[in-house]
Write a protein that binds this ligand. Structure first.
Ligand code: DX5
Ligand code: ZN
Length: 219
């Protein structure tokens, strides 16, 4: 059966001094999504940007804003990132004191509610929340940096989440090391969405990249 997955370019690999240009490139590539990596320098070693950046770029683009919070105790910031114009907000299970309460804060804002886990965290850690979420993001690299290699074992988590889904409607996304070489295995694992940072921004044919990657083809 023919299926297309969503390709979500991450601005982490863009030149922040030309964010307008980066958003225009993403839109022109034919995808409808952009992935926004928020890092706090605490849950992960690096600091990227906060909600002001997102609200500033919101008027520039009609793309679906897929916000990935790599932030400790994200419950403090859900309203800020919803107000900024996020269409989905994804939090790390490892970062929340009260996971259920945090997901409820997201749901109360009527944006898509996502949960994610580090490569070393088992799927069992998020299983209790699968009834609540619209999106499960499988980290296929250690969060914090673009340009790392995909950890192949993380695809087993995608397969497990496909099995567990049953009649639930969550979408499965994967983040880290997705490129023309890894896309076939990623696609075959059963994901609905693939985040891609460095591979997208390093590719000279962005339209061709999104077109083939969405069909699980490297070239
Ligand atoms: C890593 C981020 C990713 C990153 C992916 O912590 O969550 O979204 O941008 O970058 P690539 O595609 O270069 O691995
Ligand atoms: Zn991400």
């Amino acid at each position: 059966m023919e299926r297309d997955i969503i390709i979500a370019p991450s601005v982490l690999s863009a030149d922040f001094s030309d964010i307008r240009g980066a958003l225009a490139e993403i839109e022109a590539s034919g995808t409808g999504w952009v992935h926004l990596d928020v890092m706090d320098g605490n849950f992960v070693p690096v600091i990227t940007f906060g909600s002001k950046f997102i609200s500033d770029i919101r008027p520039l683009s009609g793309l679906f804003f897929d916000t990935h919070l790599m932030v400790n105790e994200p419950s403090r910031y859900i309203d800020m990132f919803a107000d900024a114009g996020s269409d989905s907000i994804t939090v790390h299970v490892e970062a929340c004191r009260d996971v259920k309460a945090t997901l409820e804060l997201i749901k109360a804002r009527h944006v898509d509610c996502g949960i994610t886990l580090r490569p070393a965290t088992p799927v069992s850690a998020i299983e209790p929340y699968l009834d609540m979420v619209d999106l499960v993001l499988v980290m296929s690299v250690e969060p914090g940096f673009g340009g790392q290699g995909l950890i192949p074992e993380t695809l087993d988590k995608v397969r497990r989440l496909v099995e567990l889904r049953g009649s639930r409607e969550y979408r499965i996304s994967i983040d880290g090391g997705v490129n023309r070489k890894t896309i076939r295995d990623v696609f075959e694992s059963g994901v609905d969405i693939a985040v891609t940072g460095s591979a997208f921004f390093n590719d000279s044919d962005k339209r061709g990249f999104v077109h083939s990657m969405s069909k699980g083809l490297g070239a």
